[in-house]
Write a new protein. Structure first.
Length: 218
């Protein structure tokens, strides 16, 4: 079977990939079987014999999940999970092993594993877990994109507009803000209107939510 690290990685970011499943397992027959299972449902799959191959492979900008064997040849999947967390690899990890035990499962889940399976795995159980993991990762990507867009909008605010935002988030009225800033109430209204427009906020509760997401302190 052709390994993921040998696939056409040069131009895959230009493709319209809806979701992708990465499989890291040193058992070639099992790796191939998983790849065929996911492809049969229309999913894009990339398979690897080691975590080193997986890390070297350019990742798709799409909802993803990683199916990782706990006991890879010469390395530990659990150790890789810890390294991946430190490297800020945020995709859901589903562990799979032929040597599973309770202690290993608990350690994996405590470290943030999305799920844990012992071989042999029922196809339906695996498909359901992967579907859920991809949906969760899609939600994460959407949230990150939303925050990134919000951050750009916030960065476009003038220093005065940011100051007004802090006061509005704190619950102050225009008259109080004008007094605190030494400005006329009309000037505060202008700054407030521009700030609300740039942040696409139509209400104070919405602005407060966005302020919390940005970490704006009153």
């Amino acid at each position: 079977m052709v390994q993921g690290s040998q696939s056409d990685s040069g131009n895959h970011h230009e493709e319209d990939i809806l979701s992708i499943v990465y499989v890291v397992d040193d058992d070639e027959s099992f790796r191939s079987a998983l790849g065929n299972l996911f492809r049969s449902t229309g999913l894009r799959v990339e398979t690897f014999a080691s975590s080193k191959e997986f890390l070297a492979f350019p990742k798709y900008d799409a909802p993803s999940c990683l199916i990782l064997d706990v006991r890879l040849r010469g390395e530990s999947g659990l150790t890789f999970q810890e390294d991946a967390t430190r490297a800020d690899l945020r995709i859901p990890i589903l562990f799979i092993t032929g040597h599973g035990d309770i202690e290993m499962s608990v350690r994996a889940m405590k470290a943030g594993a999305f799920d844990f399976f012992s071989k042999p795995v029922r196809d339906q159980d695996m498909l359901e877990a992967v579907t859920y993991a991809l949906r969760r990762d899609g939600e994460r990507l959407a949230a990150e994109a939303s925050i990134a867009a919000l951050r750009i909008a916030y960065d476009s605010l003038t220093p005065r507009e940011r100051e007004v935002m802090g006061f509005v988030v704190a619950g102050l009225m225009n008259k109080q803000i004008a007094s605190a800033m030494g400005l006329s109430e009309i000037t505060v209204k202008i700054h407030r209107g521009q700030m609300m427009k740039k942040l696409d906020s139509r209400s104070v509760p919405d602005l407060v939510r966005k302020g919390e997401a940005l970490g704006v302190r009153p």
